[in-house]
Design a protein around this ligand. Structure first.
Ligand code: FAD
Length: 456
């Protein structure tokens, strides 16, 4: 019988361990994607993520067809769908690459047991992280809560494996199997169609991911260390949504960067190390999620449960979401996010700090907005980033470190290029007055934080 390859957060054919194993062991291939917005505990995708997924599936389907295969699309709870497809095709094997959220792992474990009971060779592979979470442990056998020793431990072991090559052909199964039509899933917005800015900013898919990586390594890697904090410089890789959807694997990024850094020295070489360290933060976020599955809803540091969040001012939150706070760097970031589905890392920190510490809004409110609007929103990095800024997270910035959005703008966007690109009316009468007094709100935030200190 054929192999069913179940695609999830790994929408590529290159360096795809499950596909690689299937091609080696049991051809032909039945490639499947299940859009599961029903299984309990699986977080519903945000709007920008749904748009990206639509493009990404179209791209993967076209790639598989060009290789002689195809992509079966199904919608509904994954467990019955996958076992049903395995039975219908009389599959010898079902292979997939692992996921790290708790609900997803429970679904996968149950499916594996059911398939094996049917005599199917069900197997999962490591495709989305460089280091599997259970392999990186402290001397005491626990998990790391601080990044530097975590990353040191990752690098002390065997290096990440080399990427698998892309297959030349993916002979598809010749039987007939029902498939949904991607357009019927309604992942792309129609009325109103708000995705023009996303279309202009991004070209999802495996081919673009490789092009982005190649261009970044050739043009920006040497200056990454010096310019990565300046949003107008375009010095970062912009690979995060491609990594989120697995259109590129961290192993491919790792190997290509290792190769590129061989010709570098001095600050340019330090730049490459810095870039790989940032990829390490992605690993850390996923490892933290693996050990703390409720990352998006629960403070990692329980002392923060005592934080006295005032009643939510919905109008103020809307002003933040729409980029009308009267603080130019905050507004520029929020508008970039709405328009392009992304925001520069430095500005993510500033906008998040502003919401939490100058508006005294619970970090979870901001996390949900980012979840809905980011094309790279993932269940690990997004709540991890928010808890990091809030001070409640792993290796977090201390709560009393409150970014001043004006000083941040002066330092990281000194010529206001980023601000002017995103807030055209900046400097005119049409620009809104400041929503809050920075000094006063800072003092209020620090007073509220005393409640947390009393708990710790
Ligand atoms: P580069 O600087 O080129 O870095 C390379 C890769 O390393 C990134 O693509 C990303 O995969 C990883 N990376 C870099 N920095 C971080 C980090 N701090 N944490 C985790 N991974 C990192 N990143 C997401 O991928 N998804 C999210 O939902 C997300 N939400 C965030 C929310 C907040 C409040 C904050 C402060 C940060 C968040 N980040 C998130 C991390 C970071 O902002 C983005 O990964 C980065 O801006 C992506 O741009 P890039 O690909 O050009 O990054």
């Amino acid at each position: 019988g054929p192999s069913v390859v179940w695609f999830r957060d790994d929408l590529r054919v290159g360096d795809h361990p499950a596909l690689h194993a299937a091609l080696a062991r049991h051809r032909p291939i039945v490639a499947v994607y299940v859009f599961d917005d029903e299984s309990p505990g699986v977080r519903t995708l945000g709007g920008a993520a749904r748009w990206w997924l639509h493009q990404s599936l179209r791209s993967l389907g076209a790639t598989l067809e060009a290789l002689g295969g195809g992509l079966i699309l199904r919608r509904g709870p994954a467990a019955p769908i996958i076992t049903e497809i395995a039975r219908e095709t009389d599959a010898a094997a079902v292979f997939w690459n692992r996921r790290y959220g708790s609900a997803e792992r429970m679904i996968d474990t149950a499916i594996k047991a059911e398939l094996r009971a049917d005599g199917v060779d069900a197997h999962s592979f490591a495709g989305s992280l460089l280091f599997e979470p259970w392999t990186i442990q402290t001397g005491q056998g626990g998990s790391y809560s601080v990044f530097t020793p975590f990353w040191r431990a990752c690098q002390a072991g065997p290096p990440p494996r080399a990427p698998y090559p892309s297959p030349d052909t993916v002979s598809g199964w010749s039987g007939s199997l029902a498939t949904d039509s991607l357009d019927d899933w309604g992942l792309e917005p129609s009325a109103p169609d708000w995705a023009d800015g996303l279309r202009a900013a991004w070209q999802p898919g495996e081919t673009s991911a490789q092009q982005m990586l190649g261009r970044f390594l050739a043009e920006s890697l040497p200056r990454y260390g010096a310019e990565r904090d300046e949003p107008a410089q375009n010095a970062t890789s912009r690979l995060s949504p491609y990594l989120r959807w697995g259109e590129i694997s961290p192993h491919q990024v790792w190997a290509a960067t290792q190769e590129a850094q061989r010709s570098l020295s001095g600050p340019a070489l330090a730049s490459a190390t810095r870039f790989l360290t940032e990829v390490g933060w992605r690993e850390f976020a996923y490892h933290v999620l693996f050990h703390a599955p409720e990352l998006a809803t629960k403070n990692l540091r329980p002392a923060f449960d005592a934080f006295p969040w005032p009643e939510l001012d919905h109008e103020a939150v809307t002003a933040w979401q729409q980029g009308r706070t009267g603080f130019a760097l905050v507004d520029a970031g929020m508008r970039e996010l709405w328009r392009t589905g992304s925001m520069h890392n430095r500005v993510r920190m500033v906008t998040a700090s502003f919401l939490i510490k100058n508006m005294l809004v619970d970090w979870r409110v901001g996390e949900r907005w980012f979840w809905d609007t980011l094309v790279d929103a993932d269940a690990a990095s997004n709540p991890f980033g928010w808890q990091w800024v809030a001070g409640s997270g792993a290796d977090a910035a201390p709560y009393f470190r409150i970014f001043n959005p004006e000083l941040q703008a002066a330092k990281f966007d000194p010529h206001q290029q980023y601000i002017r690109a995103n807030v055209p009316e900046y400097g005119t009468d049409a620009y809104p007055a400041p929503l809050v007094d920075l000094g006063e709100t800072r003092r209020a935030a620090l007073a509220a934080y005393d409640k947390v200190k009393a708990q710790s």
